[in-house]
Design a protein around this ligand. Structure first.
Ligand code: KG4
Ligand code: ZN
Length: 333
């Protein structure tokens, strides 16, 4: 089954063609430069850029995929920014109607969980950590389409903490890749930042860590070695917090694999530490390629394929199927 996917939930305009779990084409048009001067995503600008970029991305994705009938059009139903989501939905429903195929709305977070499956055969149950600019969710994936959110952030998402700390340090937006780059040259033991554990829950909290950086800096903008050390120490605290809780949850719930997804899953230290501590604890750690961690339409098309194949889903009447994606969205957010 060949699925055209669209992803427009935030600041990346993406279209992709995925066939039975294999990526045939993937186009991502990033709006990073557009939003960088504002140090954050401006929803109205994002929506206008999606309007300009979406159909060219679809045309490229279809061309790159080569000839073949499209069986369904998938789009991100949510969570995300309202304007950008509506653009993706209307485009997908129009394309689907023109082609006489179903339009399938997909939970963006489910897309992040299943992205790893485009490269690895996953074993269920899997413990998934979805870490992005808007979410830090620890999810027990019992099977495709069957998820239980065990915990989430109580305040800032991990990516949000990265972006805010980068701003305090005088670095550009988005902050994650900037901190990651400098951390590689710094000492992770230079500053002992707190590791918020939230005992007795599977939740996370990053606002205390962000405040610790704020009080340490007192408005100063560090440079050189001090900056690199601060980046490395902050990154170590975030990575350890995420990894230790994920590995403990995987152990406690009998998971077989550990899966990472979301923009922060592109972080070098998080990937290395999860691979090290996860495999030491006996789990197969599945890390999607960096391009599949950040927002992309291939994961959306793949999640739709999983939904269309799940028991009870009938291709043309998916809205009434037992694995209704809107239901999964409601239970998730
Ligand atoms: O999943 P994503 O592309 O968009 C959302 O759904 O939010 O994630 C974007 C987030 C941003 O906060 C960005 O700073 C962070 O992912 N990010 C990283 C890295 N690359 C992107 N954080 C840490 N290290 C990275 N290498
Ligand atoms: Zn995302």
């Amino acid at each position: 089954m060949r699925i055209l996917g669209l992803e427009t939930s935030c600041d990346d305009t993406s279209a992709a063609v995925v066939e039975d779990g294999r990526v045939r084409s993937s186009i991502v048009s990033s709006q990073t430069a557009l939003h960088a001067p504002y140090r954050g995503v401006v929803p109205e600008l994002a929506a206008r850029a999606h309007l300009d970029d979406l159909m060219p991305a679809v045309a490229r994705a279809l061309k790159d995929a080569g000839p073949g009938r499209i069986d369904a059009v998938a789009y991100t139903l949510g969570p995300g920014l309202m304007g950008p989501l509506l653009i993706g939905k209307v485009a997908a429903q129009t394309l689907a109607r023109l082609r006489g195929v179903p339009a399938v709305g997909v939970n963006h977070l489910e897309g992040h969980v299943l992205a790893a499956e485009l490269e690895h055969a996953l074993r269920w149950p899997a413990m998934a950590l979805v870490v992005s600019g808007g979410h830090t969710d620890l999810v027990l994936a019992k099977a495709p389409g069957r998820y239980r959110v065990l915990g989430r952030t109580r305040d800032d998402a991990a990516g949000e903490a990265y972006d805010k700390v980068a701003r305090m340090l005088g670095l550009g937006y988005p902050g994650g890749p900037e901190i990651d780059k400098r951390a590689a040259r710094g000492d992770p033991g230079a500053v002992a930042f707190p590791r918020p554990t939230m005992p007795g829950t599977w939740d996370f909290s990053f606002s205390g860590l962000k405040t610790a950086v704020f009080y340490l800096l007192k408005g100063r903008k560090p440079a050189g070695r001090e900056l690199n050390d601060l980046c490395a120490s902050f990154q170590e605290a975030v990575a350890e917090t995420l990894v230790d809780k994920t590995v403990a949850a995987a152990r406690g719930h009998g998971a077989r694999d550990i899966v990472l997804g979301g923009g922060v899953a592109a972080n070098s230290r998080l990937r290395a530490l999860m691979a090290e501590r996860g495999s030491r604890a006996g789990f197969a750690v599945r890390l999607p390629a960096r391009a599949l961690c950040t927002d992309n339409a291939a994961m959306i098309a793949h999640a739709a394929w999983r939904r269309l194949r799940c028991p009870g889903a009938r291709a043309r009447r998916w809205e009434r199927a037992s694995c209704d994606p809107a239901l999964s969205l409601r239970s998730w957010i």
